[in-house]
Design a protein around this ligand. Structure first.
Ligand code: T4K
Length: 373
């Protein structure tokens, strides 16, 4: 392969389309602090996601921290979450003075296991932060039942789930709130960026003030807020990318279909089954290598690397095994998550990925297994 194929590649509008969108900024000199593009993107997202309340942020992580703060969860309260995720999910909980408690994940789609969640509820539990990992939708009904029974808040880390719907309802509509990441590596990007979609409209001013230093008026500062405002150039990228996101998802579907054709029947190769009634966004291409495959995940990773393919071990190690958490947590308590993390590899996935490249990637994977058996 001439050029290295990386795990993903940012989707971008044409340069002309972007320049046309940002040109008025040279007239207005209004570059940030909730300007025209910011308003346009929030409105576009409300329409696209079919939800009433959307607030934009500099990135998904700040959005998650902010909504945890805005919900007024009690200091030190326990938050049940998954260790099979990116660092951000747990860091946001800890940085807001809350205590993460790790539940295990399901074997079929790697999202948090509601039975495991239920077993971990204590009088100190105040919230559940599940992750729609890889864009796989959590068991939102079971999670809501647990939350209602115990009076808990539910904040979804929907960083991977932009465009995912169940029976026509957006992933953004579940729980008290959902955080989306619009990072360059995501299905929908604003270069860096994120958003919170939320049920209670009264949170909107609080979120806006929190992301703007807690300023509530020209001479009033009510909260000890931070700075997490999306600037106009990022919002403009979002406005452009939103016009093409359905096409982006359709092109990713084509890539995934080819991976499934090539890898679906291979012994020991585990692919997540499409979820019934769910419109997928094809954000990632996770493959779990079972014993029947013959070779280990790391052997496949190395072979792909030698062939010029940058697959990634999302999400290994588990968050509970990070240096900053392992003295407090043990991954032995989440055996399914630990097993999946040790076997999973995310293969390259993006709209522009050529089918011939998918074939070459699959050839390498299949050959490694055959040689080992
Ligand atoms: N919750 C979850 C579950 C998340 O996965 C994330 C972020 C968050 C919360 C937090 O959201 P943000 O605060 O980030 O909005 C990447 C991303 O930086 C991160 O956003 C993402 N999750 C995570 C899963 O992946 P890295 O360190 O693996 O990214 P990096 O720089 O190695 O890039 C991966 C590949 O993407 C590159 O090989 C090529 C491609 N790429 C990368 C960049 C930066 C591009 O094509 N264009 C680019 O500009 O973390």
């Amino acid at each position: 392969m001439a050029d290295r194929i990386l795990v993903t590649r940012s989707s971008m509008p044409s340069m002309e389309e972007y320049l046309e969108e940002v040109a008025p900024l040279w007239e207005s000199h209004w570059l940030t602090n909730m300007g025209v593009e910011h308003r346009k993107l929030e409105e576009g997202l409300r329409d696209y996601l079919g939800v009433e309340n959307v607030a934009l942020f500099t990135n998904g992580h700040s959005a998650l921290e902010c909504v945890l703060e805005a919900l007024g969860l009690p200091a030190g309260g326990e938050v049940i979450t998954t260790p099979f995720t990116f660092a951000s999910t747990t860091h946001a909980i800890v940085r807001k003075g809350l205590t993460p408690v790790f539940a295990d994940v399901r074997t079929d789609d790697y999202t948090i296991d509601p039975e495991s969640v239920e077993r971990l509820v204590t009088p100190r539990t105040c919230a559940i932060v599940p992750v729609h990992v890889y864009g796989n939708l959590c068991d939102v009904d079971a999670i809501q039942r647990i939350a209602d029974e115990h009076g808990l808040r539910v904040v979804y880390d929907a960083a991977h789930a932009f465009g995912v719907e169940r029976d026509g309802v957006s992933a953004a509509a579940f729980g008290d709130a959902s955080m989306f990441s619009f990072h360059a590596t995501k299905v929908f990007n604003t270069i860096e960026g994120g958003a919170v979609c939320f049920r209670d409209a009264s949170l909107y001013p609080v979120l806006n003030q929190w992301k703007n230093f807690g300023i509530t008026g020209p001479e009033d500062v009510e909260y000890v807020g931070g700075n997490a405002k999306m600037n106009e150039f990022c919002a403009a990228m979002g406005v452009c990318n939103l016009r093409h996101v359905d096409e982006e998802i359709a092109r990713r579907a084509r890539v995934e279909a080819r991976y499934r054709e090539r890898l679906g029947g291979v012994a020991g190769v585990g692919l997540v089954e499409p979820q019934p009634g769910v419109r997928a966004n094809h954000a990632y291409m996770p493959v779990v290598f079972g014993d029947a495959f013959g070779a280990t995940r790391d052997e496949v990773f190395d072979a792909l690397d030698r062939a010029g393919v940058g697959a990634r071990k999302y999400f290994y190690p588990l968050v509970s095994d990070y240096a900053c958490y392992r003295s407090v947590y043990s991954s032995e308590r989440t055996p399914v998550a630990r097993d999946v993390a040790s076997r999973v590899l995310t293969l390259p996935m993006y709209a522009d990925l050529a089918i011939e490249d998918v074939d070459r990637i699959c050839d390498v994977v299949i050959a490694v297994g055959k040689e080992a058996r």
